[in-house]
Design a binder for this molecule. Structure first.
Ligand code: ADP
Length: 430
């Protein structure tokens, strides 16, 4: 049921409980406008007669509970109406969680802690967004815990974070990211340093629990934890670890029955493990596509999103003014380890990095650790527990002059001088 809407694009009339799915072509933009009725994008309501713009590669669904008409203009790769969106199941899940929040309110207890799991590209982030939107639309204050180090919805890739949700996600930009708690992981896959990954998961759980103790609304709101798509071996163990660290009450397994059965077997019996279908609209993304969206995330950090432009600064930093570390020494055979040291210790070890040309293009996290805090030989305590206060990218290194040029969101000087290096590189083309 689509037709022409004249100069304003193509008109789509949607029946109740259907969704319009579309993908924006590479290098193109598409505008969406709600003409009549009510519609939402991943749980955020659309305003009538406002034009929403989506950039290249965006994959969007407009869902309607009651029916609506929308117009699309610009080049879409695909655009079709689907009658079998699993939104009703997601809404039921939300209703069950809301029931738990009401119960928590009555009994002075804590609200639901939910972990969303599944392989890559099954719509985990999207389900988190929908559930958070529905909760905040009812006046709740849920927390988003982002453990997907490859595709973080909160900060740059290579980080693990928590964000208190106070308003529905912006249709174009997602959740407003003010004052998130961000930890440095340093790479886009947990497998690079699983020990560190599990440790940071525990740190986030601890901070969240502390917040719940002093903030009743946060406690009742509970949390929704987004995880990585790596669900085998150590990746699976990391999920079990996360469930225990956060003491989750509910696990939503998207799409994979095998994972569902494993978690049912391995988690305590009071944890409700629920299998949910993935939406047919979720599109598999290629490696390149994922790399591009990671790059885009970093670019947004420095240059802002379409609506709000930032103007990053470039300046020189003297090697002698900073201390740079990498977390985790390369693993060496057990037999070569110093007496009394285990492999675990090497993964959490701080390794000083002497600045050289190979730093170029690397993303560095600026640790919030006090500049005069003692960082003992190989001791990462303090640094690991300190959140990150920002990121810079090394754009050039001059070994002769002993300085590096950095791209920074704020003008000189750096707020802190302890820097952590990421495996992740960003080439600034601007
Ligand atoms: P995961 O977190 O499991 O990797 P995402 O939630 O990021 O998966 O979803 C993958 C992609 O599919 C995203 O670009 C998202 O916008 C898109 N998507 C999710 N649900 C739908 C849908 N119903 N219709 C169209 N695209 C969708």
């Amino acid at each position: 049921s689509s037709g022409s809407a004249g100069t304003s694009g193509t008109r789509f009339d949607l029946d109740k409980e259907t969704e319009l799915r579309f993908e924006v072509e590479a290098g193109e933009r598409v505008q969406l406008e709600l003409l009549s009725g009510l519609g939402e994008v991943f749980g955020s309501e659309l305003n009538r007669n406002k034009k929403y713009t989506f950039g290249p590669g965006s994959k969007i669904a407009v869902f309607t509970w009651h029916g609506c008409s929308v117009a699309l203009s610009g080049k879409t790769e695909v655009a079709y109406i689907s009658k079998d969106a699993p939104m009703l199941l997601y809404l039921n899940t939300h209703a069950a969680l809301e029931q738990m929040r009401r119960q928590a309110e009555k009994e002075n207890d804590r609200g639901p802690r939910v972990m969303v799991v599944g392989p890559t590209d099954v719509g985990k982030s999207t389900v988190c967004r929908v559930l958070l939107n529905y909760a905040v639309r009812l006046g709740r204050r849920p927390t988003l815990v982002e453990l997907d180090v490859g595709q973080s919805s909160v900060s740059v890739p290579g980080t693990m974070s928590a964000l208190c949700i106070e308003r529905p996600a912006d249709v174009e930009e997602g959740f407003s990211v003010q004052a998130p708690l961000v930890f440095h992981f340093g790479s886009t896959t947990p497998g690079t340093n699983i020990k560190l990954y599990n440790k940071l998961t525990s740190s986030l759980a601890e901070v969240f629990s502390q917040r719940c103790e002093v903030n009743r609304r946060a406690s009742v709101g509970g949390c929704i934890i987004n995880t990585c798509g790596w669900v085998k071996g150590s990746g699976y163990q990391a999920l079990v670890h996360c469930a225990s660290a956060f003491q989750v009450d509910v696990v939503l397994v998207l799409d994979q029955e095998r994972l569902y059965n494993e978690l049912k077997r391995d988690l305590p019996h009071f944890v409700r493990v629920v299998l949910l279908p993935k939406s047919g609209g979720v599109v598999e993304r290629s490696k390149d596509c994922r790399r591009e969206s990671r790059d885009e995330k970093i670019r947004e950090y420095f240059y802002g999103f379409r609506g709000t432009s930032f103007y990053p600064h470039a300046f020189d930093v003297r090697f002698s003014d900073v201390r740079i570390y990498k977390i985790g020494a390369p693993s060496i055979p057990d037999s070569c380890l110093p007496l009394g040291m285990s492999q675990d210790d090497t993964q959490l070890k701080l390794v000083p990095v002497s600045p050289g040309r190979d730093l170029t293009h690397h993303v560095l996290s600026v640790s919030s650790l006090d500049d005069d805090a003692e960082v003992g030989a190989g001791q990462s305590r303090g640094i690991l527990e300190s959140p990150v206060c920002g990121f810079i990218v090394v754009t050039a290194v001059d070994t002769q002059a002993q300085v590096m040029t950095v791209l920074s969101p704020a003008p000189r000087p750096l707020p802190r001088h302890t820097l952590l290096i990421m495996d992740i590189r960003f080439i600034d083309l601007k």
